[in-house]
Design a protein. Structure first.
Length: 381
């Protein structure tokens, strides 16, 4: 329960920092080096304010958020504990993602990968050390994020950005506005899409603790299984901001993403318990999770197209459209369909999983119509 809420915060930050990545890519491509400094200066101030604001809200409304999610009573205290500790570490989540967005915007995606790898190793070791359930997992997660942020900060201070950075460019309001113009639609899109998934969690939680636990397992799996498409979409946004081989990069990104999706979807269709048993020994959760995966995993195939195309559009600064079609699908498609399926007599998670791929199909139809009516000759100034 707690990790789903924190995923909402992380995705908000990822959406907003994409604005930094895209702008840096554009100015780097046009060799406007002083503008690079002003974008970074604006980002420092903007995201410091956002980090402090989010921390205050999450710590102040911890109890209300836990109850709003219709958390099963057996999990309430663990959820509140997890949320409190993770909320205190929001500054690290924001700091790391800002640092990574700067490096990616300048064409370096390998260094952020190294930071995350180190953080993951720390997280795994600490979870094994604490043995304190949700509280221990939260402490380990925040500690790992803190180290990741520290590594990114030290690296940027010592190595620099490769171009001159001027301290007087910190708090450059014009560029804060530019970051928000591109990043806000993406951040809002991520938040509202995640809220739609939280609403689905609330619906499924009414089916009992086993269904709730099964949903939690599958959501974690799907976050992982969709990462190739998400990562390739992010890479496309950066490349297209630089105006590098737009059409070719989109085609190859979809092909790579789809190849991975075919493998994982096939596994889920043949025997999803291979994946769900990684998380638990509870046979009911393993079986129900596999049942949910059987239909939900089809969405991996469809999102291979969706996330890559969204990245392509984001690189062209068409972030308002990507926000609109995502929200229409979430609140006109995914949530109503989930509610509809939940009313089926003797409903199972197999039925609930159908809502995701059906919703993505609606999104792809909207994108197809948009592409038919829009030209992408160059990135507008």
């Amino acid at each position: 329960m707690g990790s789903q809420t924190m995923a909402l915060i992380t995705n908000l930050i990822l959406g907003l920092t994409t604005g930094v990545t895209i702008l840096l890519g554009q100015y780097l491509g046009s060799k406007s080096y002083r503008d690079l400094s002003k974008i970074i200066g604006g980002a420092i101030v903007l995201f410091l304010i956002i980090a402090l604001g989010l921390t205050f809200v999450m710590l102040s409304f911890n109890n209300e958020i836990t109850l709003l999610m219709n958390t099963p009573k057996e999990a309430i205290e663990a959820t509140k504990s997890y949320l409190s500790i993770c909320s205190a570490g929001i500054i690290f989540i924001v700091g790391y993602n800002v640092g990574s967005s700067i490096l990616r915007g300048l064409g370096d995606s390998k260094t952020p990968l190294l930071f995350v790898f180190i953080a993951c190793m720390i997280n795994i070791v600490l979870v094994g050390y604490f043995h304190m359930g949700a509280k221990g997992a939260a402490i380990a997660t925040v500690s790992a994020q803190g180290f990741s942020f520290l590594f990114a900060l030290v690296y940027l201070c010592k190595k620099g950005i490769g171009y001159s950075f001027y301290k007087e460019d910190i708090c450059f309001s014009k560029y804060i506005q530019k970051i928000m113009q591109i990043g806000f639609p993406l951040g809002l899109q991520s938040v509202l899409v995640n809220i739609s998934f939280l609403i689905i969690t609330i619906i499924v939680n009414q089916m009992g603790l086993i269904a709730s636990a099964s949903l939690g397992v599958v959501e974690k799996l799907m976050e992982f299984l969709m990462l190739p498409a998400i990562a390739l979409g992010s890479a496309l946004a950066s490349l297209i901001a630089l105006n590098v081989g737009a059409k070719q990069t989109l085609k190859y990104a979809i092909m790579i993403s789809l190849a991975f999706a075919i493998v994982v979807t096939t596994i889920c269709e043949i025997d999803g318990t291979i994946l769900t048993r990684i998380f638990t020994n509870n046979q009911d959760v393993i079986k129900n999770g596999a049942l949910y995966l059987k239909t939900y995993s089809i969405d991996c195939l469809l999102t291979s197209f969706l996330f890559c195309i969204n990245g392509y559009l984001d690189g062209y600064e068409r972030t308002v459209f990507t926000m609109v079609h995502s929200l229409v699908v979430a609140f006109v498609g995914r949530i109503p369909l989930t509610l509809l399926f939940s009313k089926i007599p003797n409903v199972t998670l197999f039925h609930m999983g159908i809502a995701a791929p059906l919703s993505t199909m609606i999104s792809l139809v909207m994108i197809f119509i948009y592409f038919k009516k829009t030209k992408f000759d160059k990135i507008e100034e």
